[in-house]
Design a protein around this ligand. Structure first.
Ligand code: TYD
Ligand code: MG
Length: 450
């Protein structure tokens, strides 16, 4: 039987503890250094003992361990998706892909399942449709993964069993809002069910080193518990967005443990499913009519890529005491600030006008570099004078009506010129023909509209 050791004495020199008093410390050899310690201190020493033996059990790894293998990544067959993931789908990663119903999540994942399923076992689990419906979609899309299997189930525990087994490279669950876990209270799609189903699936996926892709619907009404709820459970949260009535789709990472979150994937929904967009920088301005007042193009940065997007404004005098402010595709607060600057510094009578600001094609522009384009679009709409078709604008607007240069100016300028914009308006570097410099908003509007 192990001798019970309740240390009541400790050496002041080396800190080692003993059950009885010693004249000479048996650890460090110091004379008269062992003293009695209080009961509380003794308990602390005992606890530290346990901790140090537990710590000895932890396997610490070297940063430069050459044996450690890097994460292997699977190509999804869609380079734009690979790019958003940070270079492919990492083995064993848990990914949520969110988006409004009908945006194309099932289409995207059927294509991914087919591409990976050509070489590795993939399971597409549908809780929403029948396997015949999924099979039908796959056939229409020309998806033919040799190792792709389908199953129709909404049982979280059954899916967890497959995930934990580890014989599938990827399991796709479409959608989490219809999966249920027995023993958990609440409706499918409710917070309790969604959260516990996702936790069960993710835990099983980690155990089996199976990559897990969960579909989560996002609804404007908020009737369903959405993907943001799962953010802390998974490695990556992707958001699939776009104008459902148009064909452009944007995929962005909201959270990514395996790469940056600022890269953006661009797709076009066609008859054969999602296609890569050939010239992404110009995709959003393809159907622009520059002859109407209130439209301005701005070169925006998305990750390392420059995209040109169109900002539109409509300004309409109204008698209503509360004029309307409708904004889509950019930050509401930013627009409110720009309207205040236009009213106060440039004396535009916007207080008695409805103002609508829209970024076309379902693009989302949140960077301050788009301020000048928004301000110009509103001014152009108010004065009913179109901005020249070959002019684009970039710069941040300050509260004093001053303009500040946007970061990565040269890249934006080069992309704008490549796509046929002869004139670039705004603060910052650059010189020569077509470079319209302005450090004040009033001056910029003067140069653009005369
Ligand atoms: P879907 O992937 O079912 O959306 P989600 O899973 O996000 O709800 O796609 C829905 C829309 O996409 C549907 O309205 C039809 C359209 N679509 C195409 O335009 N082309 C295609 O090849 C496919 C399969 C769908
Ligand atoms: Mg679907």
């Amino acid at each position: 039987m192990a001798k019970s050791r309740s240390p009541a004495f400790a050496c002041r020199a080396c800190g080692d503890s003993f059950p009885k008093w010693l004249g000479r410390c048996s650890s460090c050899g110091e004379m008269n250094s062992v003293v009695e310690i209080s009961a509380a201190d003794a308990a602390l020493v005992a606890r530290n003992d346990v901790r140090s033996s537990a710590a000895a059990g932890l396997a610490l790894e070297d940063l430069n361990d050459l044996q450690a293998r890097p994460v292997t990544r699977l190509a999804t067959g869609l380079p734009e998706l690979d790019r958003v993931l940070g270079g492919g789908l990492p083995q064993g990663a848990a990914v949520v892909i969110g988006g409004e119903p009908g945006i194309g999540k099932s289409t995207l994942l059927a294509q991914v399942a087919g591409a990976i399923g050509r070489e590795r076992p993939v399971l597409y689990a549908t809780a929403e449709e029948s396997t015949d419906q999924v099979r039908g979609r796959c056939h229409r899309l020309g998806v033919a993964g040799k190792y792709l299997k389908l199953v129709a189930t909404n049982d979280a525990d059954a899916l967890a069993g497959v995930l934990a087994k580890g014989d599938q490279a990827v399991v796709i669950v479409d959608s989490i809002q219809l999966v249920v876990k027995s023993g958990i209270e609440g409706e499918p799609g409710g917070v309790a069910q969604v959260r516990s189903c996702a936790a069960t699936l993710v835990e099983a996926a980690k155990r089996g080193r199976t990559a897990l892709i969960i579909v989560g619907h996002v609804t404007k009404e908020g009737g369903l518990a959405g993907p943001r709820l799962l953010e802390h459970l998974v490695d990556t949260v992707l958001s699939f967005e776009g104008d459902r009535y148009g064909e452009l789709r944007v995929l962005r990472a909201i959270k990514n443990r395996f790469g940056a979150t600022d890269e953006l994937g661009l797709f076009r929904m066609g008859g054969q499913g999602l296609e890569e967009v050939q010239d992404p920088s110009s995709a959003f301005i393809a159907s622009r009519d520059a002859s109407v007042p209130g439209t301005v193009v701005v070169p925006t940065m998305e990750g390392n890529r420059c995209l040109l997007v169109e900002v539109q404004a409509l300004v309409n005098p109204t008698e209503a005491p509360q004029p309307q402010r409708r904004v889509s595709g950019c930050d509401r607060d930013r627009v409110a600030m720009i309207l205040a600057v236009l009213s106060r510094r440039l004396r535009l009578p916007l207080g008695s006008c409805d103002v609508f600001v829209n970024v076309t094609g379902g693009a989302q522009v949140d960077e301050p570099a788009a301020d000048l384009a928004i301000a110009l679009a509103v001014a152009s709409a108010w004065r009913e004078i179109p901005v020249p078709a070959d002019l684009c604008a970039v710069g941040e607007v300050g509260l004093g009506g001053e303009l500040r240069p946007a970061p990565r100016y040269d890249l934006r300028a080069a992309e704008a010129r490549r796509l046929g914009f002869q004139r670039l308006l705004g603060p910052g570097p650059g010189a020569g023909k077509g470079r319209l410099k302005a450090d004040k908003l009033a001056d910029a509007i003067q140069q653009a509209l005369g």
